[in-house]
Design a binder for this molecule. Structure first.
Ligand SMILES: [Zn+2]
Length: 480
């Protein structure tokens, strides 16, 4: 059963591979929830330090900016002793393992952070052949499908996301995976993801303070979070850390919390994390059954193939052209671009992400269409289309908004004050219009802005109703 797991990639430099590249202890692994307090406290990194050890200078190896090595050194675990960590150098298709490497006068070895979390994180131990991109994709997809009992479109979309976690250090965005729905299915899914994501860490009871203790700066783990009650502060932190480069202050220094995250937020479809996220809703399965954790050798096999895919294609993904024409909203288009970028040498598979994301895009449009902001835009756009209308009062917008709600069968009624705040959030700034109250001046700039917002929130179709409006014509012509 494990024959195919034993093959090292061609041209590997290690001549004597163990017959089974997995640890002797084959007890099931359960990537247990980490106590964040212990995981994050030992702030250290995969370090390169001066050989003399005099200055104590350290720097993370996985630099994400210009300092990124051509193919980074990887931390792997030992074949026989999985808690013993090694460093792997990948050079011209060959893997070399050692306790440390001396590079440019510096010693590079796994820092204490890896030791602290090695039990929680499943590490690969050696790159092994993965076949073609499609073979690997299909292997990961069927692993997810079996372990989490998912329908095929969902397991396919998640497979793109899994491959993305292996290249997050060279991508401009790591879309957050937001999971809602059945609690049991969500648990199965997070456990399945823990087998195939890069540096997976299963976490529970997370808050902004503990999130900041994680080694996101140096390790770039994939966080698999089970948190049914997500506070607004957490939402904001998670949302801002889906792209690299936003720093949060941590004990006298700053930290980049960027890393891939999958998060279960409970049974109800929650407030959502906005754009740049992929939302999966899990329905209860009638066939779902308790599952034993996968044997470590199986997980190691998956991890080793994925490691091989990473090191062999690192440069291609890093230098990939991110352009991918879609008709999606900008945030979904960005998700599609990074998910397609991690597919190497298979254009059909690359394009496949577009049809899978169509429903994600539609959900986002739907949520936008029904939001207060969106309905306000619809109302203001209506005033822009009234002939000889030069200004509109907040109270008039409020009346129209409440009328729209009524037509939608919503009992909700909003106050003028609430409408005023929402206008401000949209960048539509009101001013006092004589003694009638506050309102908007419908200048040319204002009308243009309202049309631009309408395009973002409601899509292109909104412009087809007003053939007489010059702005609508411009926006329609722009995409025809
Ligand atoms: Zn118009």
């Amino acid at each position: 059963m494990t024959d195919h797991l034993q093959e090292p990639t061609s041209e590997v430099s290690q001549p004597e591979l163990p017959s089974d590249p997995s640890p002797a202890n084959d007890g099931g692994i359960s990537p247990a929830a980490v106590s964040i307090a212990t995981a994050g406290r030992e702030a250290a990194k995969l370090v390169s330090s001066d050989k003399e050890g005099s200055s104590g200078h350290t720097q993370p190896l996985e630099a994400r900016s210009d300092g990124a090595p051509e193919v980074p050194l990887e931390v792997v675990c030992d074949f026989d002793e999985p808690t013993h960590l090694k460093v792997m150098k990948w050079n011209h298709g060959k893997a070399e393992l050692a306790n440390y490497f001396d590079e440019n006068g510096r010693r590079v070895q796994p820092g204490p952070i890896y030791s602290a979390i090695r039990k929680a994180v499943v590490l690969p131990n050696y790159p092994i052949r993965y076949g073609s991109t499609r073979t690997l994709f299909e292997a990961v997809r069927s692993r997810l499908e079996q372990q989490a009992e998912l329908p095929q479109p969902t397991s396919s979309l998640l497979t793109y996301w899994v491959l993305m976690t292996w290249f997050a250090d060279v991508l401009p965005l790591a879309p957050t995976l937001v999971i809602t729905g059945n609690e049991y299915q969500a648990d199965l899914l997070l456990r399945a993801l823990a087998c195939v994501c890069r540096y997976p860490m299963m976490l529970a009871g997370i808050n902004p303070r503990t999130l900041r203790m994680l080694p996101t700066d140096s390790l770039l783990p994939t966080l698999l979070i089970y948190e049914a009650r997500l506070s607004p502060a957490m939402q904001s932190l998670l949302h801002s850390s889906k792209a690299p480069g936003y720093f949060v202050p941590v004990r006298g220094r700053v930290q980049d919390l960027y890393c891939p995250k999958a998060i279960y937020i409970g049974g109800q479809v929650g407030p959502g994390l906005g754009g740049g996220a992929i939302h999966i809703n899990l329905l209860p399965s009638t066939t779902a059954s308790l599952k034993h954790p996968l044997p470590r050798r199986i997980v190691s096999g998956d991890q080793n193939r994925l490691l091989s895919y990473r090191v062999e294609n690192y440069r291609k993904v890093r230098d990939a052209d991110l352009a991918l024409p879609t008709s999606f909203m900008p945030s979904t288009a960005a998700v599609a671009q990074v998910l397609a970028a991690v597919i190497v040498d298979d254009d059909e598979l690359k394009q496949g992400v577009i049809s899978l994301l169509a429903s994600v895009d539609e959900q986002l449009r739907e949520a936008r269409r029904n939001s207060l902001e969106s309905i306000i835009i619809e109302a203001v756009l209506g005033f822009c289309h009234e002939p000889d209308r030069h200004q509109v009062l907040v109270a008039e917008i409020g009346q129209t908004v409440n009328g729209i709600y009524q037509n939608l069968g919503e009992r909700l009624q909003v106050s003028d004050e609430k409408v005023g705040h929402a206008l401000k959030r949209l960048g539509l700034f009101t001013r006092r219009l004589g003694n009638k109250g506050r309102g908007l001046e419908l200048t040319k700039d204002m009308q243009l802005l309202v049309h631009e917002l309408a395009r973002l929130h409601q899509g292109q179709a909104v412009f087809h109703d007003q053939p007489g409006c010059a702005y609508c014509q411009t926006f329609t012509a722009a995409t025809d």
